[in-house]
Design a protein around this ligand. Structure first.
Ligand SMILES: Cc1ncc(COP(=O)(O)O)c(C=O)c1O
Length: 379
């Protein structure tokens, strides 16, 4: 005779609904740049670092030529990868495409880190990094910054035997800070060879050629460097969600195994290809950004006695620190009243800062004028 036991007394109470993993529950969702005010009214958007010149005309034309969207796109984005390889002197076999560079940042963490591992980045780094770390069960680790910028020594000091991936946005979002070739080489040289260094170059095309950080050279030669790039910024194709990465064959192979199979759409591939072939648009966008950023920073520097400090930026935005009577929050609200939505960053530990995308000359004049008026009238 089998002895019956009261199993309900010893078993845990049944769970009433699906339970997410603890590490997924710990994620705070990414907060995108807003496009409307508190009342829902659309505002001029300088909150997401998009290109104020729009998109290359050749890319817009290419979209019109896409004939049959009932068909799947090329799963390997072959033509687009070949064009990128030709432009940057890379091996197309060492390029993987993504649904934005966002997909690539996530799958790089997923491929090389997991439960018990650490993913390292600098404080005030891009806000996707902690999400990418947590998504695969790894622990996000922040190294101290140096006046909002990347501190290579602090990053290296924060490496432990559990570190598997280091993310570095260069230029960084939201700070605009940048490290040059020798600092990047020093960071790479100080990492163990089994740590993957992901250099996120979403804003690289805004950096003057002479200041190139050498990340693509490292990705060509080192066994542990991956560089990610995007069409969302200077190419003006944020809406199409196209990114790419290059690195060692072994790393690209891993990313190809886990990326979405048709991750760049038919229109995205066509527009991306035309955009790569229209470097005149890229150069015009870079020149526009350089001139307008310099003008805007000069206007902000005149407000230094009111506690406004523009941080040095190599990107298409400027982060302003507010330490006087006019707070970043008040400036954010005041700019909304003036018709502009910018990026106030309390959620990223930067309640004292506003990030403003470089827009058209008229927009930058209006922003500078509004900030001056607010600073002068706040005591
Ligand atoms: C530093 C950095 N990396 C990556 C991205 C992701 O861009 P996307 O997914 O549009 O390529 C952004 C977007 O703002 C960014 O600022």
């Amino acid at each position: 005779m089998a002895i019956m036991t009261d199993q309900t007394a010893t078993r845990a109470a049944p769970i009433a609904c699906p339970q997410p993993k603890d590490w997924i529950r710990a994620i705070h969702a990414y907060v995108p740049g807003k496009s409307a005010g508190l009342d829902g009214q659309p505002l001029i958007k300088l909150s997401a670092n998009e290109n104020p010149l729009g998109t290359s005309g050749a890319a817009v034309e290419a979209r019109a030529q896409v004939a049959n969207t009932a068909l799947y796109p090329d799963p390997d984005s072959k033509d687009l990868r070949a064009a990128l390889a030709a432009l940057h002197g890379l091996d197309p076999a060492r390029i993987v495409m993504g649904t934005g560079s966002d997909e690539l940042l996530h799958i790089a963490a997923q491929a090389y880190a997991g439960v018990g591992d650490e993913v390292l980045f600098v404080r005030y780094g891009f806000s996707v990094y902690p999400i990418a770390a947590r998504r695969c069960g790894a622990t996000p680790v922040e190294a101290p910054d140096c006046d909002y910028g990347t501190d290579v020594d602090a990053l290296l000091a924060a490496v432990t035997e559990r570190t598997r991936v280091v993310f570095l946005a260069n230029p960084n979002n939201p700070t605009g800070s940048y490290i040059g070739r020798s600092e990047l080489a020093r960071l790479h040289a100080g990492l163990r060879p089994d740590v993957l260094l992901v250099v996120d170059q979403a804003y690289a095309e805004y950096v003057a050629e002479k200041d190139d950080d050498g990340a693509l050279d490292l990705a060509r030669s080192a066994a542990n460097v991956l560089v990610t790039r995007t069409f969302s910024k200077i190419y003006g194709l944020a809406g199409e969600r196209i990114g790419w990465a290059t690195g060692p064959v072994a790393v690209i192979d891993m990313l190809n195994r886990i990326r979405g199979p048709f991750n760049v759409s038919l229109t995205g591939q066509a527009m991306g290809l035309a955009a790569v072939q229209d470097q005149a648009f890229v150069q015009a966008s870079a020149a526009h950004n350089r001139a307008e950023r310099a003008r805007f920073v000069a206007a902000l520097e005149q407000l230094g006695n009111h506690g406004l400090r523009p941080l040095p930026s190599q990107a298409n935005f400027v982060l302003i620190e507010f330490s006087g009577a006019l707070t970043a929050e008040a400036a954010y609200l005041g700019l909304m009243d003036a018709g502009y939505i910018t990026r106030w960053l309390p959620g990223q530990g930067l309640p004292q800062c506003l990030r403003i995308t470089i827009g058209t000359p008229e927009q930058m004049d209006a922003i500078a004028t509004a900030l001056r008026a607010m600073a002068q009238s706040t005591r």
